[in-house]
Design a binder for this molecule. Structure first.
Ligand SMILES: Cc1ncc(COP(=O)(O)O)c(C=O)c1O
Length: 247
């Protein structure tokens, strides 16, 4: 019996080109940080992948950080801003806004923030899954550090007015994060035009392998590292790169 797969929001099949080329990529087993011959090939593969991905979402290559997936990207964005804000003893901003319909990797990260003393408030949606922009505008405060709202919902498919929301947040001096995991590959996407500060992506939601994702960090946005260690990803995300999945 022919099986038709209809759950591309859970995960997507692996693209045939990946199946075809993975043997070749796996042969580049070296450590991209090695300064000798074996490090050169993986380094080139990763450089090319970064260029391709940044072109795909219309951002600068330096704004792309490879992670281990959507969950890590969301954790990195939210905790990264929180820890950055808490570096000094006098916390300047401690108010956070998040929609009620986020993926658990966002909602649970905000639960963690609450346990660290953050003031987290929720942006409600109506029965159609839509946000009331005027109500949202009233919720953003001068001490709001970060607003997080997904671009496309994983269950309803609703697409949120992220550009307008980011503009409202910026007017009050807050940063804006969007979980764009379910948007990429399903709608045209220009992250620069959306004017968000941070955006999360996951490889396995658009035909790539599992265990790889991206956090887009707009130039100038400062966030504390989540994974400390080596100097990979321009000192922002430690750990020997997963060359195959990144490719
Ligand atoms: C909206 C959304 N964000 C984040 C994730 C987590 O991505 P990953 O599975 O790569 O950790 C998912 C996965 O279901 C998702 O649907």
């Amino acid at each position: 019996m022919k099986r038709i797969y209809f759950d591309h929001n859970a995960t997507t099949p692996i693209h045939p080109e990946i199946l075809e080329r993975s043997g070749q990529w796996l042969k580049s087993w070296g450590n991209a940080s090695s300064i000798h011959q074996s490090g050169r090939e993986p380094k080139t593969i990763i450089r090319e992948a970064r260029k391709n991905f940044s072109d795909l979402i219309h951002v600068n290559q330096l704004e792309v950080i490879f992670t281990a997936g959507g969950s890590e990207s969301n954790n990195f964005a939210i905790k990264g801003i929180f820890f950055q804000n808490n570096k000094s003893t006098a916390i300047a901003k401690n108010h956070y806004l998040v929609s009620t319909v986020e993926h658990p990797s966002v909602l649970e990260t905000f639960e963690f923030l609450k346990r660290q003393g953050a003031d987290v408030e929720y942006i409600d949606v109506n029965k159609f899954g839509e946000i009331d922009l005027e109500k949202f505008e009233r919720q953003v405060r001068s001490d709001t550090a970060l607003v997080s709202c997904m671009l496309a919902n994983n269950e309803t498919g609703h697409v949120f007015p992220i550009r307008k929301m980011a503009k409202i947040a910026h007017e009050k001096g807050a940063l804006f994060h969007t979980d764009a995991v379910q948007a990429l590959g399903k709608m045209s996407l220009n992250i620069s035009e959306l004017e968000v500060d941070l955006a999360s992506f996951s490889g396995h939601k658009f035909y790539a392998l599992k265990g790889v994702g991206v956090l887009y960090v707009r130039t100038g946005v400062r966030l504390e590292n989540l994974i400390h260690g080596g100097g990979q990803e321009r000192n922002r995300r430690a750990g020997t790169e997963n060359t195959l999945s990144i490719a």
